[in-house]
Structure formats: structure tokens, C-alpha cells
Design a protein around this ligand. Structure first.
Ligand SMILES: [Zn+2]
Length: 207
């Protein structure tokens, strides 16, 4: 597809348009914004863009984005190590941290089980999650996957894996916008969903 503009400006628009949620219109808006921006700001952006793939890593414990082997949340001694909140993406960690409702640890799955998209349990960090539960330090797992079909299916799958271990499993209360993404819920709604979380099934492992 040939663009409206010449050379490097069109190249920039084409690259920006590949980003999620931008589209051709947004891409040209950003491109022309950059063309008129302060030289240092643009240089800083270019520098961060070129370094992000090399520098950003994932926490080896929770798989959140991290600059070190262990992220800031996992290495924070004040966090409650008996409570683990399972989310799909690092942006969900941010959304929940914003509510200040949760003081435990996280586990980032890296997506949701979605057979139509070819994503199975082995494509996510589910085996690492089960391994984290092995020493029984964690007594509650809060399933905070997105309130849409694949998120619900992932939660159901996880609760079937975790309940037999004798660990309490809870799910965020309803009230979250159904079909949406956790990150788009406002803080108050997400706070309420967290506070009102309810138990999933029951565990018979100790009976
Ligand atoms: Zn971590």
C-alpha cells in the first residue's frame, strides 16, 4: 500500500500504524506531533525504544516486567507472601496495584487459554504457577483473569489444577464490565471486585 506522504514520514506512519490501538489516523497524528516536538524529547523516545527489547526482562518469580531478575514487588519484604493474585498481563498488575487493595504477590500468565488463537496451557506460565504453590507458603490464590470468555475459561482451568492442592481459590466479584479487560475497569470498581472476591468450589484434598 502506498501512503500519502513521501519517504521517511510515511515510513514512520507505517511503523506507528502497526502498534495496537493506533491505526492509520492515529499514526499520522503521532507522526506529525513528533515532527513538531522538541529535539531532545524525540531523541529520548528513540533511545528508550531502541533499548527496551534488550533491557526489559521478566521477573523469574512472577513473570511481571522487571529490570532485574526479581521484580520490585517480589523482592518487597512487606508484601504478604501467603496470598497470590493471578493475572493475564503485566498491565493488570498495574491496574490492581493502583487500587491499593492487594498486598500479596502476583503471577503473570502471559495471556489466557484460547484454543481459537492456538494458545494452550503450555504456552502460558501455568506450570511455573503450580511450582510456586508446591511449598504451601501460599494459602490463597486469587484468580483475576479478564472478565471475558477466554479469561473465565482460563480461571476454570486453573481452579481445577489448584483446588486439589488444598489451597483456597477465590475469584474477583462480579461487577467488572463483562467482556472487557481488567485494565479498563475504574479503580473503585476493581477495588470492590477485589474486596468482594468469592471462593471458587471447595477443596477436598485434606478430607
Ligand atoms: Zn516478580
Amino acid at each position: 500500500m502506498s501512503g500519502l506522504y513521501e519517504g521517511i514520514v510515511q515510513d514512520l506512519i507505517d511503523e506507528l500504524a502497526k502498534l495496537p490501538g493506533v491505526g492509520p489516523k492515529g499514526a499520522s497524528r503521532i507522526a506529525f506531533h513528533l515532527l513538531h516536538s522538541d529535539h531532545h524529547d524525540v531523541e529520548r523516545l528513540a533511545q528508550v525504544l531502541s533499548e527496551v527489547r534488550d533491557k526489559a526482562r521478566f521477573c523469574t518469580e512472577c513473570f511481571n516486567v522487571s529490570e532485574d531478575d526479581i521484580c520490585r514487588i517480589c523482592s518487597d519484604e512487606r508484601r504478604d507472601r501467603t496470598s497470590l493474585c493471578v493475572v493475564e498481563d503485566p498491565k493488570d498488575v498495574l491496574a490492581i496495584e493502583r487500587t491499593r487493595e492487594f498486598r500479596g504477590l502476583y503471577h503473570v500468565l502471559g495471556g489466557a487459554i484460547d484454543p481459537l488463537d492456538g494458545i494452550g496451557p503450555d504456552d502460558l506460565t501455568i506450570s511455573q504457577l503450580i511450582a510456586r504453590l508446591a511449598d504451601h507458603t501460599i494459602t490463597e490464590v486469587i484468580l483475576a483473569t479478564n472478565p471475558n470468555m477466554v479469561g473465565e475459561a482460563t480461571s476454570t482451568y486453573l481452579s481445577r489444577q489448584i483446588l486439589p492442592l488444598g489451597i483456597e481459590v477465590t475469584r474477583l466479584a462480579s461487577g467488572l464490565p463483562v467482556g472487557g479487560d481488567l485494565e479498563y475497569a475504574d479503580d473503585a470498581t476493581l477495588s470492590r471486585a477485589f474486596a468482594g472476591r468469592c471462593r471458587v468450589g471447595s477443596s477436598h484434598a485434606n478430607n
